[in-house]
Write a protein that binds this ligand. Sequence first.
Ligand code: OSB
Ligand code: MG
Length: 377
Amino acid sequence: MKIEKVVLRKLKMDLKFPFQTSFGTSEGREFLITEVYGENHIGYGECVVDTKPFYSEETVQTAWHMMRDFLIPFLFQKEEILHPNEVRDIFRKVRRHNMAKSALEGAIWDLYAKEQGKPLAEVIGGEKKQISVGVSIGIQKTKEDLVEIVGKYLEQGFQKIKIKIKPGKDIEMLQAIRDQFGDIPLMADANSAYTLDDIHLFKQMDPLHLMMFEQPLAHDDIIDHAKLQEAIKTPICLDESIHSVEDARKAIELGSCKIINIKIGRVGGIAEAIKIHDLCKENQIPVWCGGMLESGIGRAHNLAITSLDNFTIPGDTAPSARYWEEDIIQPEIEMNEKGEIELSAKPGLGYEINQGALERYTVSTETFLKSKLQTEK
Ligand code: OSB
Ligand code: MG
């Protein structure tokens, strides 16, 4: 691939509903789309940042800065990229900024797959033709509201219900769902809202037989999680704590979790996501694909990695209509009544860009040309 041009776009899209987690409420998303121009195709990527550094330290502005001033110049310094696996090395000098790196890397994977004329899932060795889907439900005001929403999603066919929890909005909420719907596949995501002082609470929740507690303790911890896992039966799943295959290796060695949530943006790209998937598979640690309220572009990347065989737990990869009045891809991503999404058989991400929608949601753009590169970084 000879990359001569990259376009960055900032988009603003309203969510159909406010999404509340233990760290805040989102009414919509501001994020970045990357377009990487090869000789015959354009690859698309999504940078899953937010305006606020509350889930991770990156923001819309830090990602733009990293891409403009470091990552894009590094790409342009290469005469040619033969395989997307090279991108990790090209970006290696930049510490962290995984969401920024991933946005460009993902576009290069799409471009590569389009040049090969194959679906991205096939290019990365994914064999599933359809994937199982769950839904992530934000914190609700009352148990009654929550039970009603869960009922609606179960009716639509979702194969896993994940609810967000925080202190004071946990055991009662989960118990209400169990009372109403029995033994459904149910899990809880705390986004780091608890500490080891809350061990008694987790022990109290053990009899609810949840599929897992996602990231109960600090966002950067793997030691206390091992202590908590030792004390409870419900599996712990790590999200925020895992940024690389090395992090995953250490967490597995310590016994900090029994399941890992893989988010492409959080780990710096598809190549690293695959490494984590493979390591987990060797260690009998099931994985599932997390979500960052993506637009269709990021969502299509998520579907592609979920085609790998150790993604055995339904992910947070709900269809477009759960989030958006109108998505930026065509056709939109749809789920059948069994809670499955059919993978596209078309090359690359497998969806067309809805150019009108993309333009309407774009609030700013910047174009970078290799021919204009003058930086020495
Ligand atoms: O912790 O998994 C998370 C959304 C934003 C930030 C963090 C998380 C989430 C979700 C939403 O749970 C999953 C989705 O995209 O539907
Ligand atoms: Mg999470």
